[in-house]
Each structure stands twice: as C-alpha cells, then as structure tokens.
Design a protein. Sequence first.
Length: 72
Amino acid sequence: MMTEDRLNDFRLAATKVRVVRDADPANDVVGIVVAWDDEHVLIRRQNRRVRKLSRDYLIQPFDQPREDLLQP
C-alpha cells in the first residue's frame, strides 16, 4: 500500500503517475493524484475524468519503467 507521505508528494508536485492494476499495460490508469483515504485514491486522468482506485494497486511515477506484477 502506498504511504500517505508518498501520495502527498505526488499530489503537491502534480506528478503524473501510473496505477498498475494487472499484468496488461492496457489496463493501467495514468493521471495525477487528487485525493485519497484509507482504502482508495482518486486519480484525475488527462481527459479530466476521475477514477477511484484501491490503494492496494501499485502506484508509480509515469516516467519510470513499468514494473511487472508477475515477477517473483
């Protein structure tokens, strides 16, 4: 789970992030962290729509290489 401090850093810097939900890169959500609570994070996508996602997903900066969830 992503820490409060890390999410706050992403929000304050308006860092574009990638939310990796499964092994298929087509299912990633890319956008900017808007808000969060204990269980969810709100990501504003480029088309300005907001997605509510679980904080259990892998959240990483978009400019870093995508991490594969199936690695041992």
